[in-house]
Design a protein around this ligand. Structure first.
Ligand SMILES: Nc1ncnc2c1ncn2[C@@H]1O[C@H](COP(=O)(O)OP(=O)(O)OP(=O)(O)O)[C@@H](O)[C@H]1O
Ligand SMILES: [Mg+2]
Length: 326
């Protein structure tokens, strides 16, 4: 029996035990995820992991084999109006090349039952937001990929949604295109919208998202707060990378002494006055390294310590998943 009694009020999206099969092949396997109001969640996973299939199931582009999807607390499989407050970009809209952005907005506005006056105001808002206002009367067919992507973001934002779903919105864009799309996403954050974004760009997740769900072979590998997950990884691994920049002559004696310190490994001389190494030890032992620098009459300009990052987390988890699946 379905138990809908605990559908959280604070959730924009609640996916429960979603399964999608294509024939005998299971693309999404009993997957659950929750996006709280105002949360930005990154959906990560290797090619073929099931990200697009999950997003298409949420938007109703394909119907789930099993499972429940609640959007703002409404069962979206039973009630199509659950999608009223959702904006999505699942594929770049190649289908309207003869439309201009203005015509696109009129089309979407009519679908949403707005008056011409309301459409005009809203169209200006969203096209300015994605920096396409000055291109409003040109054919979309003549636009670059990045510009088309921005028009589709404008379409997604048109109904002023509280949940936005984006499938690899920056894929294939040049650095400027990526930055512009990210800027738009940040403005969604300021307005308190919730976002679920699939991406291969790990930096996008660590910089923009508050939480992440990593999937592989249609199953969740890990889910939670981005910073906490990275912090836990750093603690488990217990190794940090340290870079020292110093003034003075780095003698062979200094290099052999630092190499002999407890916890130091993978020592590398980087260039004039700079060295880099992995360190796994206590704070006291780390302070001993600084003492050693001074004992050699060197002057310390900078000590940079970097912990685990999202790339290490991704490599570790996808590696573990590969081992477990064998
Ligand atoms: N319509 C379909 N018919 C049959 N198999 C499909 C269909 N759509 C997706 N699949 C399969 O489901 C699996 C998941 O595909 P999906 O597109 O969801 O992956 P993805 O995580 O989005 O990958 P990518 O990072 O490459 O975009 C793949 O093995 C794919 O071949
Ligand atoms: Mg995909």
């Amino acid at each position: 029996m379905d138990d809908d009694s605990d559908i959280g009020q604070g959730l924009s999206l609640d996916v429960r035990n979603l399964t999608k099969r294509f024939g005998n092949f299971t693309a999404v396997d009993n997957l659950s995820l929750k996006v709280k109001k105002g949360e930005f969640m990154g959906l990560l996973g290797p090619n073929g992991a099931g990200k697009s299939t999950t997003l298409k199931s949420i938007t109703g582009l394909i119907s789930p084999t099993k499972g429940k999807i609640y959007i703002n607390g409404i069962d979206s499989v039973k009630h199509r109006n659950a999608m009223t407050h959702v904006g999505c970009v699942i594929e770049t809209p190649e289908s309207y090349p003869n439309f201009t952005p203005t015509e696109m907005m009129q089309y979407v506005g009519r679908i949403h039952g707005l008056s011409n006056k309301e459409i005009k105001i809203r169209a200006r808002d969203v096209l300015e937001e994605v920096r396409m206002w000055s291109w409003r009367d040109k054919n979309i067919g003549e636009f670059s990929k990045g510009m088309r992507q921005r028009v589709s973001l404008a379409v997604a934002m048109f109904p002023n949604p509280n949940l936005v779903l984006l499938d690899e919105p920056t894929s294939g864009l040049d650095p400027r295109g990526m930055i512009e799309i990210r800027r738009t996403m940040n403005s969604l954050k300021e307005r308190g919208m919730s976002l679920l974004i699939s991406t291969h760009i790990l930096k996008e997740v660590s910089e923009m998202c508050t939480s992440m769900t990593m999937i592989n072979h249609g199953k969740t590998i890990i889910s939670g707060d981005v910073n906490k997950l990275i912090h836990n990884l750093a603690q488990n691994e217990n190794t940090v990378a340290i870079e020292l920049r110093m003034l003075g002559d780095l003698t062979n004696k200094f290099i052999s002494d630092i190499n002999a310190m407890t916890g130091v490994s993978n020592f590398e001389k980087m260039g004039e006055g700079s060295v880099k190494f992995s360190f796994n030890g206590t704070d006291d032992q780390q302070a001993d390294i600084v003492d050693l620098v001074y004992a050699h009459k060197l002057r310390l300009l900078c000590m940079n310590e970097t912990g685990a990052d999202i790339e290490s987390l991704y490599m570790k988890l996808t590696d573990e998943a590969r081992v477990n699946i064998k």
